[in-house]
Design a protein around this ligand. Sequence first.
Ligand code: AMP
Ligand code: ZN
Length: 468
Amino acid sequence: MKLYNTMSRQKEEFIPLEEGKVRMYVCGPTVYNYIHIGNARPMIVFDTVRRYFEYKGYDVNYVSNFTDVDDKIIKKANEEGVTAEEISKRYIEECKKDMADMNVLPATTHPLATEEIGGMIELIGTLIEKGYAYAKNGTVYFRTRQFKDYGKLSHKNLDDLRSGNRALLVSGEDEKEDPLDFVLWKPKKEGEPAWESPWGEGRPGWHIECSEMSKKYLGEQIDIHAGGEDLIFPHHENEIAQSEAANGKEFSRYWMHNGFLNIDNRKMSKSLGNFFTVREIGEKYDLQVLRFFMLSAHYRSPLNFSAELMEAAKNGLDRIVTATDNLRFLLEKASADTLTEEEQVQMKKAQGFVKNFETAMEDDFNTADAVAAIFDLVKHANTTASAESSKAYLQGVLDLIVKLSDVLGIITKRQEDLLDADIEALIAERQAARKERNFARADEIRDELLAKGIILEDTREGVKWKRA
Ligand code: AMP
Ligand code: ZN
Protein backbone atom coordinates (compact mmCIF):
# COMPACT_ATOMS: atom_id res chain seq x y z
CA MET A 1 0.00 0.00 0.00
CA LYS A 2 1.35 3.38 -0.96
CA LEU A 3 0.63 6.69 0.69
CA TYR A 4 1.86 10.19 0.07
CA ASN A 5 4.13 11.39 2.83
CA THR A 6 4.25 15.19 3.15
CA MET A 7 7.69 14.76 4.74
CA SER A 8 9.33 13.17 1.66
CA ARG A 9 6.88 14.67 -0.82
CA GLN A 10 6.54 11.22 -2.34
CA LYS A 11 4.28 8.24 -2.30
CA GLU A 12 5.90 5.66 -0.05
CA GLU A 13 5.17 2.02 0.71
CA PHE A 14 3.36 1.78 4.04
CA ILE A 15 5.39 -0.24 6.54
CA PRO A 16 3.92 -0.24 10.05
CA LEU A 17 6.15 0.14 13.11
CA GLU A 18 4.56 -2.98 14.51
CA GLU A 19 3.26 -5.69 12.23
CA GLY A 20 -0.50 -5.70 11.81
CA LYS A 21 -0.96 -2.48 13.75
CA VAL A 22 -1.50 1.15 12.83
CA ARG A 23 -1.05 3.97 15.32
CA MET A 24 -2.63 7.08 13.98
CA TYR A 25 -3.24 10.60 15.32
CA VAL A 26 -5.56 13.10 13.65
CA CYS A 27 -5.66 16.70 14.90
CA GLY A 28 -9.21 17.44 15.91
CA PRO A 29 -11.29 20.61 15.93
CA THR A 30 -11.27 23.55 18.29
CA VAL A 31 -14.70 23.40 19.85
CA TYR A 32 -16.30 26.82 20.06
CA ASN A 33 -19.12 26.43 17.55
CA TYR A 34 -20.75 23.89 15.26
CA ILE A 35 -18.19 22.38 12.90
CA HIS A 36 -18.32 23.47 9.28
CA ILE A 37 -18.05 21.15 6.32
CA GLY A 38 -14.38 22.13 5.83
CA ASN A 39 -13.64 20.66 9.27
CA ALA A 40 -15.65 17.62 8.21
CA ARG A 41 -13.25 16.86 5.35
CA PRO A 42 -10.36 15.51 7.48
CA MET A 43 -12.87 13.64 9.64
CA ILE A 44 -14.37 11.84 6.65
CA VAL A 45 -11.08 11.35 4.79
CA PHE A 46 -9.09 9.92 7.68
CA ASP A 47 -12.03 7.84 8.91
CA THR A 48 -11.96 6.27 5.44
CA VAL A 49 -8.21 5.68 5.71
CA ARG A 50 -8.82 3.97 9.03
CA ARG A 51 -11.66 1.87 7.60
CA TYR A 52 -9.45 0.70 4.72
CA PHE A 53 -6.67 -0.34 7.11
CA GLU A 54 -9.26 -2.28 9.12
CA TYR A 55 -10.58 -3.88 5.92
CA LYS A 56 -7.00 -5.03 5.28
CA GLY A 57 -6.95 -6.64 8.73
CA TYR A 58 -4.91 -4.04 10.61
CA ASP A 59 -5.67 -3.25 14.20
CA VAL A 60 -5.96 0.55 14.18
CA ASN A 61 -5.43 2.67 17.27
CA TYR A 62 -7.01 5.95 16.15
CA VAL A 63 -6.62 8.99 18.37
CA SER A 64 -8.23 12.36 17.65
CA ASN A 65 -8.31 15.18 20.17
CA PHE A 66 -10.66 18.01 20.92
CA THR A 67 -8.90 21.34 21.50
CA ASP A 68 -11.01 22.59 24.38
CA VAL A 69 -8.90 25.47 25.66
CA ASP A 70 -8.28 28.29 23.19
CA ASP A 71 -8.74 32.04 22.73
CA LYS A 72 -11.79 31.50 20.53
CA ILE A 73 -13.51 29.36 23.16
CA ILE A 74 -12.81 31.95 25.84
CA LYS A 75 -14.13 34.74 23.63
CA LYS A 76 -17.34 32.84 22.94
CA ALA A 77 -17.76 32.08 26.66
CA ASN A 78 -17.38 35.77 27.52
CA GLU A 79 -19.92 36.71 24.86
CA GLU A 80 -22.46 34.30 26.31
CA GLY A 81 -21.53 34.94 29.94
CA VAL A 82 -20.82 31.26 30.63
CA THR A 83 -17.66 29.30 31.41
CA ALA A 84 -15.25 28.16 28.71
CA GLU A 85 -15.92 24.62 29.87
CA GLU A 86 -19.63 24.98 29.19
CA ILE A 87 -18.88 26.12 25.63
CA SER A 88 -16.40 23.35 24.88
CA LYS A 89 -18.57 20.60 26.43
CA ARG A 90 -21.57 21.78 24.43
CA TYR A 91 -19.76 21.80 21.10
CA ILE A 92 -17.97 18.51 21.70
CA GLU A 93 -21.41 16.89 22.09
CA GLU A 94 -22.69 18.63 18.95
CA CYS A 95 -19.56 17.61 17.05
CA LYS A 96 -20.01 13.98 18.08
CA LYS A 97 -23.60 14.10 16.80
CA ASP A 98 -22.39 15.41 13.43
CA MET A 99 -19.69 12.76 13.26
CA ALA A 100 -22.24 10.02 13.93
CA ASP A 101 -24.52 11.41 11.21
CA MET A 102 -21.60 11.39 8.76
CA ASN A 103 -20.93 7.78 9.81
CA VAL A 104 -17.49 8.72 11.14
CA LEU A 105 -16.46 6.03 13.62
CA PRO A 106 -15.69 7.22 17.15
CA ALA A 107 -11.92 7.32 17.72
CA THR A 108 -10.31 4.69 19.91
CA THR A 109 -9.64 7.68 22.20
CA HIS A 110 -10.86 11.27 21.97
CA PRO A 111 -8.60 13.05 24.48
CA LEU A 112 -9.45 16.52 25.73
CA ALA A 113 -6.58 18.98 26.06
CA THR A 114 -7.85 20.24 29.43
CA GLU A 115 -7.63 16.74 30.90
CA GLU A 116 -3.98 16.29 29.92
CA ILE A 117 -2.41 19.43 31.36
CA GLY A 118 -0.22 17.48 33.84
CA GLY A 119 1.46 15.57 31.01
CA MET A 120 1.99 18.75 29.02
CA ILE A 121 3.70 20.42 32.00
CA GLU A 122 5.99 17.39 32.31
CA LEU A 123 6.82 17.49 28.62
CA ILE A 124 7.64 21.19 28.80
CA GLY A 125 9.83 20.44 31.84
CA THR A 126 11.76 17.85 29.82
CA LEU A 127 12.30 20.36 27.03
CA ILE A 128 13.67 22.93 29.47
CA GLU A 129 15.97 20.32 31.04
CA LYS A 130 17.32 19.37 27.63
CA GLY A 131 17.98 22.99 26.71
CA TYR A 132 15.23 23.17 24.10
CA ALA A 133 13.02 25.58 26.02
CA TYR A 134 13.28 28.51 28.41
CA ALA A 135 10.95 30.42 30.71
CA LYS A 136 10.62 34.23 30.74
CA ASN A 137 8.17 36.03 33.02
CA GLY A 138 5.71 33.16 33.17
CA THR A 139 5.92 32.30 29.48
CA VAL A 140 7.81 29.26 28.24
CA TYR A 141 9.25 29.34 24.70
CA PHE A 142 10.65 26.64 22.48
CA ARG A 143 14.18 27.43 21.30
CA THR A 144 13.54 26.77 17.63
CA ARG A 145 17.11 27.08 16.33
CA GLN A 146 18.23 24.45 18.81
CA PHE A 147 16.24 21.85 16.90
CA LYS A 148 18.41 21.19 13.88
CA ASP A 149 15.70 19.62 11.72
CA TYR A 150 13.28 22.53 12.07
CA GLY A 151 11.45 23.08 8.79
CA LYS A 152 11.82 19.52 7.50
CA LEU A 153 8.08 18.90 7.13
CA SER A 154 7.05 22.22 5.61
CA HIS A 155 10.33 22.39 3.62
CA LYS A 156 10.98 25.85 4.94
CA ASN A 157 14.37 27.31 5.52
CA LEU A 158 15.07 28.96 8.88
CA ASP A 159 16.54 32.11 7.38
CA ASP A 160 13.55 32.66 5.09
CA LEU A 161 11.32 32.18 8.08
CA ARG A 162 13.34 34.67 10.05
CA SER A 163 12.92 37.44 7.51
CA GLY A 164 9.21 36.62 7.18
CA ASN A 165 8.82 36.79 10.93
CA ARG A 166 10.61 40.07 11.55
CA ALA A 167 7.29 41.78 12.21
CA LEU A 168 6.96 39.75 15.39
CA LEU A 169 9.94 41.53 16.87
CA VAL A 170 8.09 44.82 16.98
CA SER A 171 4.82 43.34 18.18
CA GLY A 172 5.80 43.02 21.81
CA GLU A 173 7.33 39.57 21.77
CA ASP A 174 10.84 40.97 22.16
CA GLU A 175 11.47 38.98 25.31
CA LYS A 176 11.97 35.96 23.06
CA GLU A 177 15.58 35.03 22.39
CA ASP A 178 14.72 34.64 18.73
CA PRO A 179 11.64 35.65 16.74
CA LEU A 180 11.28 32.03 15.56
CA ASP A 181 10.73 30.75 19.09
CA PHE A 182 7.17 29.71 19.81
CA VAL A 183 5.09 29.46 22.97
CA LEU A 184 4.78 26.28 25.03
CA TRP A 185 3.11 27.83 28.07
CA LYS A 186 1.38 31.17 28.44
CA PRO A 187 0.66 33.05 31.66
CA LYS A 188 -2.85 33.54 32.95
CA LYS A 189 -4.83 36.57 31.90
CA GLU A 190 -7.73 37.89 33.93
CA GLY A 191 -10.92 35.87 33.39
CA GLU A 192 -9.18 32.98 31.61
CA PRO A 193 -9.00 29.33 32.63
CA ALA A 194 -5.60 28.56 34.16
CA TRP A 195 -3.63 25.75 35.76
CA GLU A 196 -0.78 25.76 38.29
CA SER A 197 2.66 25.15 36.84
CA PRO A 198 6.32 25.60 37.83
CA TRP A 199 6.24 28.81 35.73
CA GLY A 200 3.16 30.23 37.39
CA GLU A 201 -0.53 29.91 36.62
CA GLY A 202 -1.32 29.65 32.95
CA ARG A 203 -2.29 27.39 30.07
CA PRO A 204 -0.51 25.38 27.41
CA GLY A 205 0.17 26.49 23.84
CA TRP A 206 -1.78 24.68 21.13
CA HIS A 207 1.14 22.69 19.65
CA ILE A 208 2.30 21.08 22.89
CA GLU A 209 -1.20 19.68 23.43
CA CYS A 210 -0.97 17.35 20.43
CA SER A 211 2.63 16.28 21.18
CA GLU A 212 1.52 15.20 24.63
CA MET A 213 -1.77 13.53 23.71
CA SER A 214 -0.16 11.61 20.86
CA LYS A 215 2.60 10.37 23.16
CA LYS A 216 0.26 9.43 25.96
CA TYR A 217 -2.19 7.42 23.87
CA LEU A 218 0.03 6.08 21.09
CA GLY A 219 3.61 6.17 22.37
CA GLU A 220 6.68 8.17 21.41
CA GLN A 221 6.62 6.94 17.82
CA ILE A 222 3.56 6.61 15.67
CA ASP A 223 2.79 5.47 12.14
CA ILE A 224 0.62 8.28 10.79
CA HIS A 225 -0.04 11.84 11.87
CA ALA A 226 -2.73 13.66 9.92
CA GLY A 227 -4.79 16.80 9.50
CA GLY A 228 -5.70 19.49 7.01
CA GLU A 229 -2.89 21.02 4.96
CA ASP A 230 -3.11 24.31 6.87
CA LEU A 231 -1.68 22.41 9.84
CA ILE A 232 1.64 21.58 8.12
CA PHE A 233 3.06 24.90 9.23
CA PRO A 234 3.42 25.88 11.97
CA HIS A 235 1.36 23.32 13.92
CA HIS A 236 2.86 20.04 12.72
CA GLU A 237 6.34 21.49 12.25
CA ASN A 238 6.24 22.59 15.90
CA GLU A 239 4.83 19.27 17.08
CA ILE A 240 7.77 17.53 15.41
CA ALA A 241 10.28 19.89 17.03
CA GLN A 242 8.76 19.37 20.50
CA SER A 243 8.28 15.60 20.29
CA GLU A 244 11.59 14.78 18.65
CA ALA A 245 13.57 17.11 20.92
CA ALA A 246 11.97 15.58 24.01
CA ASN A 247 11.90 11.91 22.99
CA GLY A 248 15.01 11.71 20.84
CA LYS A 249 13.26 9.70 18.10
CA GLU A 250 11.40 10.19 14.89
CA PHE A 251 7.87 11.25 15.86
CA SER A 252 5.74 9.95 13.01
CA ARG A 253 6.69 7.74 10.05
CA TYR A 254 4.11 9.27 7.70
CA TRP A 255 2.46 12.69 7.54
CA MET A 256 -0.84 12.90 5.67
CA HIS A 257 -2.67 16.13 4.83
CA ASN A 258 -6.00 16.69 3.15
CA GLY A 259 -6.56 19.52 0.69
CA PHE A 260 -9.01 22.31 1.38
CA LEU A 261 -12.70 22.29 0.93
CA ASN A 262 -13.28 25.52 -0.97
CA ILE A 263 -16.22 27.63 -1.83
CA ASP A 264 -15.87 29.79 -4.95
CA ASN A 265 -12.26 28.61 -4.96
CA ARG A 266 -11.50 30.07 -1.53
CA LYS A 267 -10.85 28.03 1.58
CA MET A 268 -13.98 27.59 3.63
CA SER A 269 -13.29 29.02 7.07
CA LYS A 270 -14.96 30.52 10.07
CA SER A 271 -12.90 33.68 9.83
CA LEU A 272 -13.86 34.41 6.21
CA GLY A 273 -17.48 33.69 7.07
CA ASN A 274 -17.92 31.65 3.86
CA PHE A 275 -18.94 28.43 5.57
CA PHE A 276 -21.83 26.01 5.93
CA THR A 277 -22.09 24.03 9.12
CA VAL A 278 -22.53 20.28 8.89
CA ARG A 279 -25.82 20.86 10.71
CA GLU A 280 -27.08 23.20 7.97
CA ILE A 281 -26.20 20.74 5.22
CA GLY A 282 -27.89 18.01 7.27
CA GLU A 283 -31.19 19.88 7.05
CA LYS A 284 -31.12 19.63 3.27
CA TYR A 285 -29.39 16.33 2.68
CA ASP A 286 -28.80 13.03 4.34
CA LEU A 287 -25.20 13.48 5.55
CA GLN A 288 -24.29 10.33 3.66
CA VAL A 289 -24.51 12.55 0.59
CA LEU A 290 -21.94 14.93 2.08
CA ARG A 291 -19.67 11.99 2.82
CA PHE A 292 -20.06 10.63 -0.70
CA PHE A 293 -19.37 14.09 -2.13
CA MET A 294 -16.12 14.37 -0.13
CA LEU A 295 -14.93 10.96 -1.29
CA SER A 296 -15.67 11.67 -4.93
CA ALA A 297 -12.39 13.65 -5.05
CA HIS A 298 -8.87 12.65 -4.11
CA TYR A 299 -8.20 13.71 -0.53
CA ARG A 300 -5.17 15.82 -1.49
CA SER A 301 -6.97 17.76 -4.21
CA PRO A 302 -8.81 20.96 -3.47
CA LEU A 303 -12.54 20.37 -3.59
CA ASN A 304 -15.01 23.07 -4.47
CA PHE A 305 -18.36 22.85 -2.73
CA SER A 306 -21.36 23.48 -4.95
CA ALA A 307 -25.05 22.62 -5.12
CA GLU A 308 -24.45 20.88 -8.49
CA LEU A 309 -21.78 18.59 -7.07
CA MET A 310 -23.97 17.78 -4.08
CA GLU A 311 -26.83 16.88 -6.44
CA ALA A 312 -24.45 14.70 -8.45
CA ALA A 313 -23.34 13.00 -5.23
CA LYS A 314 -26.97 12.48 -4.23
CA ASN A 315 -27.74 10.81 -7.56
CA GLY A 316 -24.60 8.67 -7.45
CA LEU A 317 -25.35 7.48 -3.95
CA ASP A 318 -28.91 6.75 -4.94
CA ARG A 319 -27.71 4.55 -7.79
CA ILE A 320 -25.78 2.39 -5.33
CA VAL A 321 -28.58 2.22 -2.78
CA THR A 322 -31.18 1.42 -5.44
CA ALA A 323 -29.04 -1.43 -6.76
CA THR A 324 -28.84 -2.96 -3.29
CA ASP A 325 -32.61 -2.45 -2.84
CA ASN A 326 -33.20 -4.43 -6.04
CA LEU A 327 -30.85 -7.20 -4.98
CA ARG A 328 -32.59 -7.48 -1.61
CA PHE A 329 -35.97 -7.53 -3.35
CA LEU A 330 -34.87 -10.30 -5.75
CA LEU A 331 -33.34 -12.24 -2.87
CA GLU A 332 -36.71 -12.59 -1.16
CA LYS A 333 -38.02 -14.59 -4.10
CA ALA A 334 -34.90 -16.44 -5.21
CA SER A 335 -34.31 -20.04 -4.25
CA ALA A 336 -31.31 -21.83 -5.84
CA ASP A 337 -28.45 -22.04 -3.37
CA THR A 338 -25.61 -22.67 -5.80
CA LEU A 339 -24.14 -20.60 -8.60
CA THR A 340 -24.81 -21.69 -12.17
CA GLU A 341 -21.81 -21.89 -14.47
CA GLU A 342 -22.75 -18.59 -16.07
CA GLU A 343 -23.07 -17.02 -12.62
CA GLN A 344 -19.62 -18.27 -11.69
CA VAL A 345 -18.23 -16.33 -14.64
CA GLN A 346 -20.19 -13.22 -13.65
CA MET A 347 -19.07 -13.57 -10.05
CA LYS A 348 -15.43 -13.60 -11.23
CA LYS A 349 -16.10 -10.37 -13.10
CA ALA A 350 -17.60 -8.86 -9.96
CA GLN A 351 -14.47 -9.86 -8.04
CA GLY A 352 -12.48 -8.02 -10.69
CA PHE A 353 -14.18 -4.76 -9.70
CA VAL A 354 -13.29 -5.45 -6.07
CA LYS A 355 -9.68 -5.78 -7.19
CA ASN A 356 -9.95 -2.41 -8.99
CA PHE A 357 -11.37 -0.88 -5.83
CA GLU A 358 -8.43 -2.19 -3.81
CA THR A 359 -5.89 -1.06 -6.41
CA ALA A 360 -7.33 2.45 -6.21
CA MET A 361 -7.24 2.53 -2.42
CA GLU A 362 -3.71 1.10 -2.33
CA ASP A 363 -2.60 4.03 -4.47
CA ASP A 364 -2.64 6.73 -1.80
CA PHE A 365 -6.34 6.22 -1.05
CA ASN A 366 -7.68 7.21 -4.42
CA THR A 367 -11.32 7.21 -3.35
CA ALA A 368 -12.44 8.81 -6.63
CA ASP A 369 -11.32 5.69 -8.52
CA ALA A 370 -12.60 3.47 -5.73
CA VAL A 371 -16.06 5.01 -6.15
CA ALA A 372 -15.80 4.40 -9.91
CA ALA A 373 -15.07 0.71 -9.18
CA ILE A 374 -18.22 0.53 -7.03
CA PHE A 375 -20.23 2.07 -9.88
CA ASP A 376 -18.83 -0.58 -12.24
CA LEU A 377 -19.86 -3.27 -9.77
CA VAL A 378 -23.34 -1.75 -9.44
CA LYS A 379 -23.75 -1.66 -13.22
CA HIS A 380 -22.64 -5.27 -13.40
CA ALA A 381 -25.18 -6.21 -10.72
CA ASN A 382 -27.96 -4.34 -12.51
CA THR A 383 -27.27 -6.09 -15.82
CA THR A 384 -26.70 -9.63 -14.51
CA ALA A 385 -29.12 -10.02 -11.57
CA SER A 386 -32.70 -11.00 -12.36
CA ALA A 387 -35.67 -12.96 -11.07
CA GLU A 388 -33.96 -16.08 -12.47
CA SER A 389 -30.72 -15.54 -10.51
CA SER A 390 -29.74 -17.90 -7.73
CA LYS A 391 -29.82 -16.82 -4.14
CA ALA A 392 -26.10 -17.48 -3.97
CA TYR A 393 -25.39 -15.06 -6.81
CA LEU A 394 -27.65 -12.29 -5.54
CA GLN A 395 -26.29 -12.56 -2.02
CA GLY A 396 -22.71 -12.74 -3.27
CA VAL A 397 -22.99 -9.58 -5.36
CA LEU A 398 -24.95 -7.75 -2.66
CA ASP A 399 -22.31 -8.60 -0.07
CA LEU A 400 -19.56 -7.20 -2.30
CA ILE A 401 -21.35 -3.88 -2.83
CA VAL A 402 -22.14 -3.58 0.87
CA LYS A 403 -18.60 -4.46 1.89
CA LEU A 404 -16.91 -1.94 -0.42
CA SER A 405 -19.43 0.78 0.44
CA ASP A 406 -18.73 0.15 4.09
CA VAL A 407 -15.01 0.79 3.55
CA LEU A 408 -16.02 4.25 2.35
CA GLY A 409 -18.42 4.56 5.28
CA ILE A 410 -21.42 4.54 2.95
CA ILE A 411 -24.54 2.88 4.33
CA THR A 412 -26.41 1.07 1.55
CA LYS A 413 -29.59 0.27 3.42
CA ARG A 414 -32.17 2.93 2.70
CA GLN A 415 -32.73 5.12 5.69
CA GLU A 416 -36.39 5.05 6.63
CA ASP A 417 -36.10 8.15 8.78
CA LEU A 418 -37.48 11.32 7.31
CA LEU A 419 -35.23 14.35 7.32
CA ASP A 420 -36.42 17.46 9.11
CA ALA A 421 -36.65 19.26 5.77
CA ASP A 422 -38.92 16.51 4.35
CA ILE A 423 -41.18 16.73 7.39
CA GLU A 424 -41.45 20.51 7.11
CA ALA A 425 -42.26 20.18 3.43
CA LEU A 426 -45.07 17.71 4.14
CA ILE A 427 -46.45 19.92 6.89
CA ALA A 428 -46.48 22.88 4.50
CA GLU A 429 -48.29 20.75 1.95
CA ARG A 430 -50.86 19.75 4.58
CA GLN A 431 -51.44 23.39 5.50
CA ALA A 432 -51.97 24.24 1.85
CA ALA A 433 -54.43 21.33 1.49
CA ARG A 434 -56.39 22.55 4.50
CA LYS A 435 -56.54 26.05 3.12
CA GLU A 436 -58.11 24.59 -0.02
CA ARG A 437 -60.48 22.64 2.24
CA ASN A 438 -59.01 19.43 0.89
CA PHE A 439 -59.27 17.70 4.26
CA ALA A 440 -58.90 14.24 2.80
CA ARG A 441 -55.38 15.09 1.58
CA ALA A 442 -54.55 16.87 4.83
CA ASP A 443 -55.53 13.80 6.86
CA GLU A 444 -53.65 11.55 4.49
CA ILE A 445 -50.44 13.52 5.11
CA ARG A 446 -51.03 13.44 8.85
CA ASP A 447 -51.42 9.65 8.74
CA GLU A 448 -48.43 9.22 6.47
CA LEU A 449 -46.26 11.13 8.94
CA LEU A 450 -47.72 9.22 11.89
CA ALA A 451 -46.81 5.93 10.20
CA LYS A 452 -43.20 7.17 10.20
CA GLY A 453 -43.33 8.11 13.85
CA ILE A 454 -43.92 11.85 13.42
CA ILE A 455 -46.65 13.30 15.60
CA LEU A 456 -48.30 16.59 14.61
CA GLU A 457 -49.87 18.97 17.02
CA ASP A 458 -51.99 21.90 15.83
CA THR A 459 -51.43 24.84 18.14
CA ARG A 460 -52.36 28.48 18.05
CA GLU A 461 -48.79 29.33 17.02
CA GLY A 462 -48.95 26.90 14.13
CA VAL A 463 -48.18 23.24 13.61
CA LYS A 464 -45.67 21.64 15.93
CA TRP A 465 -44.18 18.22 15.40
CA LYS A 466 -42.15 15.69 17.30
CA ARG A 467 -40.73 12.23 16.79
CA ALA A 468 -42.61 9.47 18.62
P1 AMP B 1 -9.58 23.85 13.32
O1 AMP B 1 -10.78 23.68 14.19
O2 AMP B 1 -9.56 25.12 12.56
O3 AMP B 1 -8.29 23.58 14.07
O4 AMP B 1 -9.65 22.74 12.18
C1 AMP B 1 -9.86 21.36 12.43
C2 AMP B 1 -9.43 20.56 11.23
O5 AMP B 1 -10.16 20.97 10.05
C3 AMP B 1 -7.95 20.75 10.85
O6 AMP B 1 -7.42 19.49 10.44
C4 AMP B 1 -8.00 21.71 9.68
O7 AMP B 1 -6.89 21.57 8.85
C5 AMP B 1 -9.26 21.26 9.00
N1 AMP B 1 -9.85 22.28 8.12
C6 AMP B 1 -10.29 23.52 8.48
N2 AMP B 1 -10.81 24.18 7.41
C7 AMP B 1 -10.72 23.34 6.35
C8 AMP B 1 -11.12 23.41 4.96
N3 AMP B 1 -11.73 24.49 4.44
N4 AMP B 1 -10.86 22.35 4.18
C9 AMP B 1 -10.28 21.24 4.67
N5 AMP B 1 -9.89 21.08 5.95
C10 AMP B 1 -10.11 22.12 6.80
ZN1 ZN C 1 -2.51 18.85 16.44
